[in-house]
Design a protein around this ligand. Structure first.
Ligand code: FE
Ligand code: ZN
Length: 506
């Protein structure tokens, strides 16, 4: 007697392949999914809303790959890079490849770990698929951007840089923290805060920025990843609702993770804020506008929905709201200062860009930031382009230099301290201090690039020693955009300027 299975039953038979172990106890087989204190009564309540089987997954992803690589090939053959809006745009791509692509790989590793260590089969299958997606994202980004590496500087050693260079320790430490947490915290950190709350602020402005600046290859990998993101966001949200529905004792744990990971994600986004307002020659929207649309409006609706579980919006949103008029300008100031130990170029915006910034930030830009940029521009004209020769104090938690000001006094650097076992630790904000104070044993171990340089662990005592240890091509990868090899190459492509040095000779 054969009976046709309906879709739901079929899905169940194809994905629920686990069993209750008998030779070994389930707790020995799955040692990590209880110690965080999350109580689960019924793992079967974890459902994949997409009901995707492995079989359909491979077919679907394979189709997407074919389309993506056809476009990337065409882009390379037609020298698509010559159609960019301006050579400065390349630096947004460098920051993405150095800072974000390695996070895709970290997400791949993290979800693979979760796909082994959660005892519910629905959760395991969903994590396994996301693990594969994230590996694909890392690969497609590397393949797409490798085209630019043939023509420009600052792309060549990105995995090496990710593990060492100071501004890249900001995104790296986010994922190191997530992957060394338990499996449920990882789901909130990456599946919820990063994918659901923050991805929109990274991917959407970056992709529309790519479109505005003529970078069709990046737009294509962005779209190809974005269709996976819909699944990831749903998984993150489902995982969180699952925890909240399984036991009321889970609510305060989840709330603390939401507070922590929203703040950590927000700090990583400060780099994106600077990229969006300063590195994109043509800007679709300002950082402030993106924050208002994607976080305040969309995030606000989400937290209204979560109120029924007893979840309130994340802590310190009022700080984010106050900072949105300042964040990108303060971060660009830091990147401009420290353009020597950076594998990308920075510059003083031209007048058209300064006016755009004044228009987008009417309350703050002309008052606080334009005069600073004009001062630096004046120094540059006199042949004294400002490169900060000192090393900044880093926040022990988010690893960003202490570059932010108090929101009620823009002349005061904002910093906080904590004492732990007779040592003093410094933080950029109350949000970072809170996270440290809850788990100091974890964060005293942080690998802070500046401290490591001072301790002599980064190649030697001079800047040249450190840049050599970073594997920078000094004078090619770093310093101001003006006068750089990239600028000369770009001008040559546009038919203006001297013939630049060939990339292969560098
Ligand atoms: Fe991804
Ligand atoms: Zn911090």
């Amino acid at each position: 007697m054969s009976k046709r299975l309906n879709l739901k039953e079929r899905y169940k038979h194809m994905t629920r392949l686990g069993w209750e172990t008998t030779y070994q106890s389930m707790d020995d087989v799955f040692p990590y999914d209880t110690y965080e204190g999350i109580k689960v009564k019924d793992w079967d309540a974890w459902e994949d809303p997409f009901r995707m089987t492995m079989d359909s997954y491979w077919k679907y992803q394979g189709e997407k790959e074919k389309k993506l690589y056809a476009i990337i090939d065409a882009f390379a053959q037609n020298n698509g890079h010559t159609n960019l809006s301006d050579g400065r745009y390349l630096n947004a791509l460098k920051l993405f490849l150095q800072g974000v692509t390695p996070l895709e790989y970290q997400a791949h590793r993290g979800f693979a770990h979760n796909g082994r260590h959660m005892r519910g089969e629905g959760a395991r299958v969903a994590c396994q698929m996301q693990s594969l997606d994230e590996l694909r994202h890392a690969q497609t980004q590397i393949h797409t951007i490798s085209h630019y590496n043939k023509h420009f500087n600052g792309f060549h050693e990105f995995p090496h840089w990710h593990d060492r260079v100071w501004y890249l320790s900001v995104p790296k430490s986010f994922f190191d923290d997530a992957r060394t947490a338990g499996p449920f915290e990882f789901m909130i950190a990456v599946g919820f805060s990063f994918e659901y709350v923050l991805t929109n602020l990274l991917f959407v402005p970056f992709m529309s920025g790519a479109a505005f600046n003529g970078d069709l290859s990046t737009v294509t990998f962005g779209f190809s990843a974005q269709s996976d993101e819909a699944r990831h966001m749903t998984l993150g949200l489902e995982a969180m609702k699952f925890m909240l529905e399984q036991h009321e004792d889970n609510v305060p744990i989840v709330q603390r993770w939401i507070d922590k990971w929203t703040w950590r994600g927000y700090k990583v986004l400060s780099l994106i804020a600077a990229m969006q307002d300063y590195m994109l020659p043509e800007s679709p929207m300002s950082w402030k506008e993106a924050w208002e649309v994607y976080f305040e409006e969309n995030g606000g609706a989400l937290f209204n929905d979560l109120a029924r579980y007893g979840i309130r919006p994340p802590k310190y949103l009022e700080v984010c709201a106050a900072e949105k008029d300042h964040l990108s300008h303060q971060v660009w100031g830091v990147l401009y200062n420290y353009a020597a130990p950076a594998a990308m170029h920075t510059w003083i915006p031209d007048d058209r860009k300064l006016d755009w910034l004044s228009e987008k930030y009417p309350d703050t830009f002309d008052k606080y930031y334009r005069p600073r940029f004009l001062h630096w521009r004046e120094m540059e004209k006199q042949g004294k382009r400002f490169y900060n020769g000192s090393l900044p104090m880093l926040c022990q938690l988010c690893q960003i230099p202490m570059a932010f000001t108090e929101m009620d006094d823009f002349t005061q650097t904002c910093f906080r301290t904590s004492e732990y076992k007779d040592d003093k630790y410094h933080f950029c904000s109350d949000g970072c201090k809170d996270i440290f104070d809850y788990e100091p044993e974890k964060y005293v171990q942080a690998w802070l690039p500046v401290h490591q340089i001072y301790q002599g662990n980064c190649g030697g005592p001079t800047l040249d020693d450190v840049l050599k240890w970073y594997q920078f091509n000094v004078g090619s990868d770093n310093f101001d955009y003006v006068g750089s090899e990239d600028e000369a190459r770009w001008n040559d492509l546009q038919g203006k300027g001297e013939k630049p040095a060939d990339k292969s000779a560098a």
